[in-house]
Design a protein around this ligand. Structure first.
Ligand code: NA7
Length: 554
C-alpha cells in the first residue's frame, strides 16, 4: 500500500472522504486487502464528529464499552474506558490512539476538503477535486463523511443583527469562561443543547433556554466504570461483540416479549421506575415490546415520563412547557445530567418558541412575538443537515445522472444505504437508509466497510471493474426501508430522522429501523446469493433483491 501519489502511479484503488471512525477503519481494511488508499479530511486531524463537537458536556449517548471498534482484540484489551458514557475528549483520544496504533494517519491528507467528485466512464475512475484545485483519481470512491457532520444552515431570524458572541455547538470555538457572567441564550434542545445547558447555567449570569420542541431527556446516570466491570467486559469482549452484531441496536439486548397492557397499572409503573433508574437506550422506551409500534402503549410510557418532569421541576408552568408531546422513542431521546434540575436554578428561564416564536434579533436581544430578551451571547444548538448534507457537499457527479442532489431531488434512494443507482463504484459508509441512525454506529460502520470490501473483493476476483446497484435493487431496498419504518411510530414524528428539520428537504426516512442484526443478516444473505440487485460491468445475477426476511427486530 502507498500513502501518497507518485507521478508514475497517480491512480489509487480507494479514494476516501473523512477521517472519523468510518474513514480510519476503511484505511485499515484497504491496507489489509492490499489496496492503495488516499483519504482526505477537511479538519486538521482525525476524529470526524468527535473532532468538531467540542462543546461543554459533549458526550456519547451509547455506552463507551460498546461504542468502540471491535475489529482488534488487542485494541479492545489495551484500551480502558473511564466512564459509562465517554466524554468527547476521551473518544477523541481513543480515535487518535487507534490512528497511531495502526499507523493510519499517513493515509490521509488533513485540512483538505473534497469539493467535487466526478465519475469518468471511459477510464472507469473517480476523480476528486480538492479545495486547492488539485485532483486525484481512484477506482472506488468511499464517502466516510459522517451523518451528522454538516451543520444545519442558521435559520434563526435576525441573527445577523446580533452584535454579541455567537457560537454553535457543532463548531464550538470558545471556552466556557467566555460565557461566564454573561446573559446567555441557548437556542435548541436536542442532545447538544441538553448536554451543554446545565454547564452553561453554572457560569452564566442568566441563561434563557429557547425551546421549540420539548424532548425526552432521561437522566444519563453516567458514572465511573469500576475496574472489575471493565475487566469482566474485556474478558468477554468477543462474545459481547458477537451479541451486539446481531442485536436490534448494536448493544447487548434486553429482550422483552410482553406488551404494555399485558400487565396491571401498578406492575407497569414498577417496571417503568426500574427502567428509569437503569436509563440508556434499553430504558423506559424499551420496557415493553409494543412501545415503538402502538400509540396507546407508548402513551403509558410518555405519561410516566411527563410525571417525572413534574417531580423534578418546581415551577409548574415550566414543567408543563418541558413536557414532550410526541411518542417516546419516535425520535432520538436525549440523555442528560441535571437537565430538568437546571430549570430550578434562579438564573435559568425557559421560553417556549411554540408560544412565542422568534421574530427577529437586535444587537443585544432576541425578540419574540411576546417580548424581548436581552442577551450578551447566543449558543446555537440547532442541529445538522443529516446524512444528505455531507454527501451533497461532495458534489458527486456521474454523466447522465447529474449530481447526487439531482438524483435524490425527490428523496434519498439507496441500495442497503451503501450504493446508489447511476453512481458506479461509489460507496457510502453508514449512509442514509442504513441502520446508522438507530444503532451503535461504530458497529454499523465496521459492518458497512467489511461488506463493501467483500463486494469489491468479489468483483475483482471475477475480473469486474465497475460495481453499481440496479434500479430494481435500489427500488427494492427503498420499499423495504419504507415498509419497515411504517410499522413503527418513527413514521409519525418530525425530526432529522425524516429530514424535516431542514426547510425544503424532501421527507424520506433516513434510516433502516428493522434492527442492526436483521440488517446484517440481509447483507450476509445478499452476499451469499452473489449480490442480487448489484450489476458488475453491467451484468447482474438478479436485478432485484428478491425475497428476503424483513421482519422488524423489536
Ligand atoms: P437536534 O437533535 O436536531 O436538535 C436541534 C434542536 O434545535 C431542536 O430542539 C430543534 O427544534 C431546535 N431548532 C432547530 N432550528 C431551530 C430554530 N430555527 N429555532 C429554534 N430552535 C431550532 O440536533 P442536536 O445537535 O442536538 O443532536 C443531533 C444528534 O447528535 C442527536 O440526535 C444525537 O444522535 C447526537 P425542533 O425539534 O426542530 O423543533
Amino acid at each position: 500500500m502507498t500513502d501518497s501519489p507518485t507521478p508514475a502511479s497517480p491512480v489509487v484503488d480507494v479514494l476516501c472522504v473523512g477521517a472519523g471512525f468510518s474513514g480510519l477503519y476503511a484505511a485499515y481494511q484497504a491496507r489489509e486487502h492490499g489496496w492503495t488508499f488516499a483519504g482526505f479530511e477537511a479538519a486538521a486531524d482525525v476524529g470526524g464528529t468527535w473532532f468538531l463537537n467540542t462543546y461543554p458536556g459533549a458526550r456519547c449517548d451509547v455506552e463507551s464499552v460498546y461504542y468502540s471498534y471491535s475489529f482488534s482484540e488487542e485494541l479492545q484489551k489495551e484500551w480502558t474506558w473511564s466512564e459509562r458514557f465517554a466524554p468527547q475528549e476521551e473518544i477523541l483520544r481513543y480515535i487518535n490512539h487507534v490512528a497511531d496504533r495502526f499507523d493510519l494517519r499517513r493515509y490521509f491528507r488533513f485540512g483538505t476538503k473534497v469539493v467535487a467528485a466526478n465519475w469518468l466512464p471511459a477510464e472507469k475512475l473517480w476523480e476528486v477535486t480538492l479545495d486547492s484545485g488539485a485532483t486525484r483519481r481512484g477506482r472506488y470512491l468511499l464517502a466516510a463523511s459522517g451523518g451528522l457532520s454538516t451543520p444545519k444552515d442558521v435559520d434563526v431570524p435576525g441573527l445577523e443583527n446580533f452584535a454579541g458572541l455567537t457560537v454553535s455547538t457543532s463548531r464550538w470555538n470558545v471556552s466556557l469562561d467566555d460565557l461566564a457572567g454573561k446573559r446567555v441564550a441557548v437556542i435548541g434542545t436536542g442532545s447538544s443543547g441538553v448536554q451543554c445547558i446545565p454547564l452553561i447555567a453554572e457560569v452564566a449570569e442568566h441563561l434563557t433556554v429557547f425551546q421549540r420542541t420539548a424532548n425526552y431527556v432521561f437522566p444519563a446516570r453516567n458514572r465511573p466504570l469500576p475496574p472489575e466491570v471493565v475487566d469482566d467486559i474485556k474478558s468477554r469482549y468477543p462474545e459481547i461483540r458477537q451479541e451486539c452484531r446481531y442485536s436490534p441496536g448494536g448493544i447487548p439486548d434486553r429482550p422483552v416479549t410482553d406488551r404494555a397492557f399485558d400487565v396491571s397499572d401498578e406492575e407497569r409503573r414498577r417496571r417503568y421506575e426500574a427502567a428509569y433508574e437503569r436509563s440508556g437506550f434499553l430504558g423506559v422506551g424499551a420496557e415493553f415490546a409494543d412501545l415503538l409500534f402502538d400509540l396507546d402503549a407508548n402513551q403509558t410510557a410518555a405519561d410516566f415520563f411527563r410525571g417525572k418532569i413534574h417531580e423534578i421541576v418546581h415551577d409548574d408552568r415550566t414543567a408543563t412547557l418541558l413536557e414532550p408531546h410526541f411518542p417516546l422513542g419516535a425520535k432520538r431521546s436525549c440523555f442528560g445530567t441535571g437537565y430538568y434540575e437546571t430549570f430550578n436554578r434562579p438564573n435559568v428561564s425557559l421560553v417556549s418558541l411554540r408560544e412565542e416564536p422568534i421574530t427577529t434579533m437586535t444587537a443585544d436581544s432576541i425578540v419574540t412575538e411576546a417580548g424581548s430578551y436581552e442577551v450578551d451571547a447566543v449558543v446555537l444548538a440547532i442541529g445538522f443537515d443529516a446524512f444528505t448534507g455531507p454527501l451533497f457537499g461532495l458534489n458527486v457527479t456521474a454523466p447522465g445522472h447529474g449530481r447526487l442532489q439531482d438524483a435524490w431531488r425527490d428523496g434519498v434512494r439507496t441500495y442497503l444505504g451503501l450504493l446508489t443507482a447511476g453512481f458506479p463504484n461509489f460507496f457510502m459508509v453508514a449512509g442514509p437508509q442504513s441502520p446508522a441512525l438507530a444503532s451503535n454506529v461504530v458497529l454499523t460502520i465496521e459492518q458497512a466497510v467489511d461488506w463493501i470490501a467483500g463486494l469489491i473483493t468479489h468483483a475483482r476476483a471475477e475480473g469486474h471493474e465497475v460495481i453499481e446497484t440496479t434500479t430494481e435493487g435500489q427500488d427494492d431496498w427503498v420499499d423495504i426501508t419504507e415498509w419497515t419504518v411504517n410499522q413503527t411510530l418513527y413514521a409519525t414524528t418530525d425530526s432529522w430522522y425524516r429530514g424535516s428539520n431542514v426547510a425544503g428537504k424532501p421527507s424520506t426516512f433516513m434510516g433502516y429501523v428493522g434492527g442492526v442484526g436483521r440488517y446484517r443478516r440481509i447483507c450476509e444473505e445478499i452476499a451469499r446469493r452473489g449480490y442480487p440487485g448489484v450489476a458488475l460491468d453491467s451484468s447482474a445475477v438478479a436485478k432485484g433483491i428478491g425475497r428476503i426476511d424483513t421482519e422488524v427486530d423489536g
